[in-house]
Design a protein around this ligand. Sequence first.
Ligand code: 16G
Ligand code: MG
Length: 555
Amino acid sequence: MNEEQSSVILNTSSRFSPPQGVKLSYGTAGFRADASLLQSTVYRVGILAALRSLKTKSVIGVMITASHNQVSDNGVKIADPSGGMLSQHWEPFADALANATSPHQLVKLINEFVEKENIPFDGIRPAEVLLGRDTRPSGDDLLEAARQGVTSIIGAVALDMGILTTPQLHWMVRARNKGLKASEQDYFEQLSSSFRYLLDLIPSERSKLGGANEKLVVDGANGVGGVKLKALEKLLSGLVIEVRNSSEDGGVLNDGVGADYVQKEKVVPHGFGSKDAGIRCASLDGDADRLVYFSVQPESNGTIDLVDGDKILSLFSLFIREQLSILNEKEDIKNLHQARLGVVQTAYANGASTGYLKQLGLEVELTPTGVKYLHEKAAEFDIGIYFEANGHGTVLFSEYFTGWLEARSNELSSGSKGSEAEKAALRLLAVSKLINQAVGDALSGLLLVEVILQHMEWSIHRWNDLYHDLPSRQLKVKVADRTAVVTANAETVVVSPPGLQEAINEETAKYPHGRSFVRPSGTEDVVRVYAEASTQETADSLANSVAKLVDRFLG
Ligand code: 16G
Ligand code: MG
């Protein structure tokens, strides 16, 4: 970095003092804190994004959101050139920048990093960063801080894409770097046209009058997802959506609403009640990268049948497996490629879902919690489907397999849809366009669920009956130092403190169908406990006993 560049950073950074006595960490999904603490962090992330753009010679994204957190919080995360999460290799640099105590220290850190990573400051390709934010009131000022961070790298361009869902911004970054059309309108058009295409490919003998055709009611968490879903719906036919709890309805973001609340509490969100009994309902989180479905139980006091990320994963797996087996069965297709299908879950996946997927003959992989780990694993397959139980997930298609599907689709004469095998290839290609392959996306996931339900002629109840969840319980334990818990094997085993895993094993063995694990949270200062057993009472009891063990070993 030359003198001029250093002095620009020195000058601009002096306008953004870091908060005193707060240690910030990039964490599982970016920086998050009370919005009043974040100006300097977001400014510095702007600098980092511009450097990342120079290094990768690609467009980078910065998203201002705190997802399902309360409205007074905010956060910031980076979308890498692929549209996925920031490379883990750069996370320690993000932490160091955020915690630099003075402008001079900041410039020193940047200089060292630029040298170490060999970041080109040759002006050949200027940095380019797309900025987006959710509906939080603090978003406007923080976006301005990010813009100033980006443009403090000389020549860098920051483009304000406005209010977006997190997955929309990731999608735009991916599309830009692939040289594809990348505006919000392009996003809506790609989703709606591939949805329509999949509807057209539903076998004509199916009546299309099954339970799935009734309207869908969506809880928008009082956030950005509801607004965008309404815009998308205008381009859709074959699906009636009623959106409740949209940001312009005046309710408080994530307060008694949204996918996180519905999945954790297993109760109806505000605005839903017994009048909705039996109807197919869905819930998005505050930035619309999580999706769960539910139906309100009749004459219950707000209790629901939850159809979580595991069941969305099962539905997608079933449909994609069916299309692959049609492809593989028919011999009339040229250059048949035996695609490798894999599904990826975390230890939080309900044991019944894992059993179901294995019984379908699928390869099931487990990774630690956090989208970046699941995404990386899913990318190893021709088609990799991943979901966390909490509703984060998507489907990835390898470039090779997408190319193969495209070649099949080009071979078809215009107007004709060809043989069964060719139709299966076309469906898979349409799924690859409908689903947001950059990152889990509640809107594109919702459209894929809807078209599969119509294809299968299934109601939400039929879907929910694929398997029955084992009763489970999650607890959190406050400890002095959560980093004292170290896990292995995708968080299923504790390796430190010594003796804790043996004690958990001993406890778990007392329960039929018992399973339990503990892990340090990546977003809160707690250790989380998960337990599963054959009844709710025993799952609760196992979780309580394991929580006591955590307390005994770490308290
Ligand atoms: C973050 C992760 C989510 C994970 C959750 C776990 C992303 C985009 N989000 O929200 O995948 O399930 O953290 O939280 O990666 P925990 O570590 O507090 O249990
Ligand atoms: Mg979210």
